[in-house]
Design a binder for this molecule. Structure first.
Ligand code: URA
Length: 245
């Protein structure tokens, strides 16, 4: 049965990062590529990538129509599909992901670390980002200053933010004080919207400017602690289901 993934053989191999179009042509000419067990003779032949068995040097090539990546975004990279001057999160992945239309679902500031989903599924990205979906995001922050019960209550009531970036009424949010030493505090903030510099502005409005920020959770999905900043992996099916809200 056709799966809707019909494309040229050379496009399949280049998308999977196996070489340039010219290199793929040469691989086919050399008899290294088989389609359903038969050596391919034309790199321009049409294949159904979802259902036909394509092998290179005997190795089965795995084609997936959609890809979802969990990245531990490092500080110093831009959350953007591309940028002329600066390194973006897409530069941390093999070219296959950009070729398949993967894009970051939402945005973390350049100096923010942590959980970022990069996906080729626009609907999934929309579910993660849309304020209407109310998907919560949990951040760990180190701030200068001391926060207390009145700040927890102010977050829960909904902060009014008015600063040099503009004004808005934040939805009620969670604030948990993890530790404090009299000069600095470590906190967890739970928000369900993503206004510009939202968490930094909320904490600054309480006299506690952020010195370090990391996203730990999106909805029920947690950042894999095995991923160091800059590392990534594809989401499992169970993890994708956690985002299906
Ligand atoms: N809030 C911020 O202030 N920055 C981020 O990167 C994410 C949420």
């Amino acid at each position: 049965m056709a799966s809707g993934n019909i494309m040229r053989l050379d496009r399949l191999l280049t998308t999977l990062g196996e070489g340039t179009r010219a290199q793929v042509k040469e691989m086919v000419r050399a008899g290294r590529v088989t389609v359903c067990g038969v050596p391919a003779r034309d790199s321009g032949m049409q294949v159904d990538a979802g259902s036909m068995e394509v092998r290179l040097d005997g190795r089965r090539l795995e084609y997936k129509a959609v890809r979802h990546v969990m990245l531990n975004k490092p500080q110093g990279t831009l959350t953007a599909a591309r940028d002329k001057k600066q390194k973006t999160v897409m530069d941390l992945l093999p070219p296959l992901y950009a070729a398949m239309g993967c894009m970051p679902a939402g945005r973390l500031d350049k100096d923010t670390e942590g959980l970022l989903i990069i996906t080729s599924d626009g609907q999934l990205a929309h579910r993660i980002i849309s304020p209407k979906k109310d998907v919560s995001k949990v951040y760990f922050a180190r701030v200068s200053g001391v926060l207390g019960e009145d700040d927890i209550a102010a977050f829960a009531a909904g902060l009014h933010i008015a600063d040099s970036d503009g004004a808005f009424d934040a939805k009620p949010a969670g604030l948990e004080i993890v530790s404090t030493d009299g000069a600095c505090s470590e906190v967890r903030v739970r928000v369900s919207e993503g206004k510009y510099h939202q968490v930094k502005r909320m904490l600054a409005s309480r006299g506690a400017p952020v010195v370090y920020l990391r996203r730990e959770k999106i909805g029920a999905l947690s950042l894999d602690p095995a991923l160091a900043p800059g590392q990534w992996r594809e989401l499992t099916e169970e993890e994708v289901a956690l985002l299906d809200v």
